[in-house]
Design a protein around this ligand. Structure first.
Ligand SMILES: [Fe+2]
Length: 135
């Protein structure tokens, strides 16, 4: 059995339990995509996992955005744009991956986006909660 594509580490936790939990699930789903790719499955076989990732991302963004609104996060609008950007970019990159029959394009994009987003953008919200005494 080969390695995981993304190894989750405690360093990726931002300190909001439900958000950390959801981030792990998203990363786990990306790891499942990688696993199926290693098993040389075609794009059609990856489809159900991609669907789960897409649906789960919606649930996750909804959770995050709801908490951001509830706690008056001042960067909410910019953060909403980042979430919407991922959703449109992911569709384009998925298309590119299918056209080129290359799942690594999709995996690289997902890994980079999620780790960067979690560790830079979502962390700002955790900092906001700490400043306001919620965390
Ligand atoms: Fe986010």
């Amino acid at each position: 059995m080969k390695d995981l594509y993304i190894v989750w580490s405690k360093d990726n936790e931002i300190g909001i339990p439900i958000i950390d939990e959801q981030h792990r699930v998203a990363v786990g789903t990306i790891n499942s995509l990688f696993y199926f790719m290693q098993m040389k499955r075609g794009v059609a076989a990856l489809r159900p996992t991609l669907n789960v990732l897409e649906q789960y991302t919606k649930i996750h963004f909804e959770t995050e955005e709801e908490l951001m609104k509830l706690h008056g996060f001042r960067d909410l609008d910019a953060h909403l744009l980042l979430h919407r950007d991922l959703q449109s970019q992911a569709h384009e990159i998925l298309h590119e991956g299918i056209v080129n029959n290359d799942a690594t394009i999709v995996l690289n994009f997902l890994k980079e986006w999620w780790l960067d987003h979690i560790n830079k953008q979502d962390r700002k919200f955790a900092e906001h909660l700490r400043h306001t005494g919620v965390l």
